[in-house]
Ligand binder design. Structure first.
Ligand code: CUA
Length: 318
């Protein structure tokens, strides 16, 4: 669900207030204009066929209409000024989120997926994931936003407003989730063919659960010793997969595609496009273009049994 009217944190709540104020004012103006229109249509002078036109009044100054038009212009200017003040007040409120003990996450947009790097003063505790961000409830999060290719926009309506990710620039977005839950986000700036399939999820969980999740993400891949999975591992490390993907604990360390260290722990594949199920994963690896035409991942020309082995290994990366 993407709903700006059900905020899960203070930032989204400020934006909802601004929305309510704007809708209320615009509704009043709309109702006012329609009422005046209805009134003048009702009260207009009705000339009969026999009446001669009153040409004498043409060109003479009309004090009444001029006063009413001036009043309407003044009311419009006041209304617009009020909306400007309301958005400045909202902007200031958004900038005043306390950032004490904030979590730092670097989000990098790519065509068409998201990379999230969880910073830590200790380099060994930094970890990277993709398309699924977990954050602790009640603790502020500073997202540092970058783009690797074109302009994207990060938008999680239940947590914050939109923020653009512009190549060569860095932006920040401050967020706090006060309710646990899973919040869908979406790229909100047209960024190419698969812009609509550039979704992600922000999972807010109690701090202890978040710490457990983060600790798990820091570990190298937990691999299955199953024979088919072992064969899958060999295939992964011996084919073109390693040109783009990283799996911590193996020799795969490329950063062009999503980090797959804990792929099996995620809900979706391909930035929210497919459910993370073995069959979907197999179809995705076989031919990603059928789900996301234009995506950078090429089709795989492996026999069915090899694909099954690959899926068995990737499915074991909890
Ligand atoms: Cu990325 Cu639209």
């Amino acid at each position: 669900m993407m709903d700006i009217l059900s905020p899960a944190g203070p930032q989204a709540a400020h934006i909802r207030e601004l929305w309510h104020v704007t809708v209320l004012l615009c509704t009043l103006v709309f109702a006012g204009v329609l009422s005046v229109l209805a009134y003048v249509l009702w009260k207009r002078p009705r000339a009969g066929e026999a009446d001669t036109p009153d040409l004498a009044a043409r060109g003479a100054p009309e004090a009444g209409p001029r006063r009413r038009v001036s009043a309407a212009v003044a009311a419009s200017v006041l209304g617009l000024l009020f909306l400007i003040v309301a958005s400045v007040v909202t902007d200031r409120a958004l900038a005043h989120l306390s950032l004490k003990d904030a979590l730092h996450v670097e989000v990098t947009a790519n065509q068409w997926w998201w990379e999230a790097r969880y910073d830590d003063p200790q380099a060994s505790r930094v970890f990277t994931t993709a398309n699924e961000l977990h954050i602790p409830v009640g603790r502020p999060v500073i997202f540092t936003l970058r783009s690797n290719d074109v302009i994207h926009s990060l938008w999680v309506p239940q947590l914050a407003g939109k923020k653009d990710l512009i190549p060569g620039r860095t932006a920040t977005l401050h967020v706090r989730a006060d309710q646990a839950g899973s919040y869908r986000g979406q790229c909100a700036e047209f960024c190419g063919f698969q812009h609509a399939f550039m979704a992600f999820t922000v999972v807010a969980k109690p701090p202890a659960e978040y710490e457990a999740w983060a600790e798990h993400q820091r570990q190298p891949a937990a691999e299955s010793g199953d024979a088919r999975a072992v064969r899958g591992r060999e295939l992964f490390l011996g084919t073109s997969c390693v040109m783009c993907h990283a799996v911590q604990g193996t020799s795969a360390s490329a950063r062009r595609g999503p980090d797959l260290t804990h792929l099996a722990s995620r809900e979706t594949l391909a930035a929210g496009t497919l459910p993370n199920k073995p069959d979907a994963l197999k179809q995705w690896i076989r031919n990603p273009q059928q789900f996301k035409p234009g995506v950078n991942m090429p089709a795989t020309n492996l026999p069915d049994s090899d694909l099954d082995a690959l899926v068995a290994w990737l499915g074991s990366l909890q």
